[in-house]
Design a protein around this ligand. Structure first.
Ligand SMILES: Nc1ncnc2c1ncn2[C@@H]1O[C@H](COP(=O)(O)OP(=O)(O)O)[C@@H](O)[C@H]1O
Ligand SMILES: [Mg+2]
Length: 266
């Protein structure tokens, strides 16, 4: 743990916070976030998903939960449960189609409220679906909150790889560890292997490639993540593999931390 990380806030009760980032919109961050969250739940973990795309929240639609379903209780806001995971999104508070026209500071403070003032209770994982780019949200998150790591989503095309490099540079600068690169929408049309090449070039792990798939898109549009409805689909299998790799990596981190604590105590 470096000096910078010691100043970061840990979220009580949540073991691992993992953000899904890219520098560009439309590469599949929200699709990956929801399916990855459900996949980690299928691997026997307690999982939450935080929709940090404050001005363009998509998580409610992808999980099939509607606005107004977030309830306030004695201990504060309670997440909504769907497909075995807990979710919080501004899209669950605001009426549908309400544009969010907040400035940076308000966006940053609402992000912190969604993380710290919601009664998430015990979670093994919180997946954070970021907006595209090196926005206020990504900066606030990386500067103030202790993340276990981020995964970078990219499509196989070169233009998007350029963007992925920018996201990687930002997290590197802020000292956030990068778990690796996921290539999404792998296909004859968009190509294949660009994500792996970029990972190699940047010295990052390559986590897997999710095929371009009509079923994956339809499932998201209909509010049931594909991983939840069809675990045998090639896209689901790939996402489950990625979830396993991330789970393994996080489990190792935990062992390392507890052995450091043990060493310090003895
Ligand atoms: N592998 C895929 N195959 C087919 N459609 C996909 C795939 N990944 C994402 N999509 C679709 O592409 C669109 C953009 O994805 P989304 O997850 O919203 O991207 P982002 O969050 O990066 O803006 C959505 O309509 C989504 O259903
Ligand atoms: Mg999104």
């Amino acid at each position: 743990m470096n000096n910078r990380q010691e100043n970061l806030r840990k979220v009580p009760g949540i073991t691992h916070l993992i953000a899904v980032a890219s520098n560009k919109g439309g590469v599949g961050k929200s699709t990956i976030s929801t399916n990855l969250a459900v996949a980690l739940h299928l691997l026997d973990n307690k999982v939450g998903i935080l929709d940090a795309d404050i001005t363009g929240p998509n998580i409610p639609r992808m999980l099939g939960i509607s606005s107004g379903s977030l309830s306030g209780e004695g201990e504060g806001l309670r997440p909504v449960e769907a497909h075995g995971i807990k979710a919080v999104s501004l899209g669950l508070v605001l009426p549908p189609d309400t544009p969010v026209v907040w400035r940076g500071p308000m966006i940053a403070s609402s992000l912190k409220q969604m993380i710290f003032d919601v009664s998430w209770q015990e979670l093994d994982y919180m997946i954070i679906d970021l907006p595209p780019g090196t926005s206020d949200v990504s900066m606030t998150l990386a500067q103030d909150v202790l993340l276990s790591g981020v995964v970078i989503a990219t499509t196989p095309q070169e233009v998007s790889l350029e963007d992925a490099r920018k996201a990687v540079a930002m997290f590197d600068k802020l000292g956030v560890s990068i778990f690796g690169v996921i290539e999404n929408m792998t296909s004859d049309i968009f190509g294949k292997g660009g994500g792996k090449d970029a990972a190699d070039e940047l010295g990052l792990d390559f986590l897997g490639s999710i095929p371009l798939s009509k079923e994956l898109r339809i499932a998201s549009d209909e509010g049931t993540p594909l991983v939840s409805s069809d675990t045998e689909h090639p896209a689901s299998k790939e996402i489950l593999e990625i979830a396993r790799a991330i789970h393994e990596r996080c489990s190792t981190m935990q062992t390392e931390t507890s052995s450091i604590i043990k060493r310090e105590l003895t």
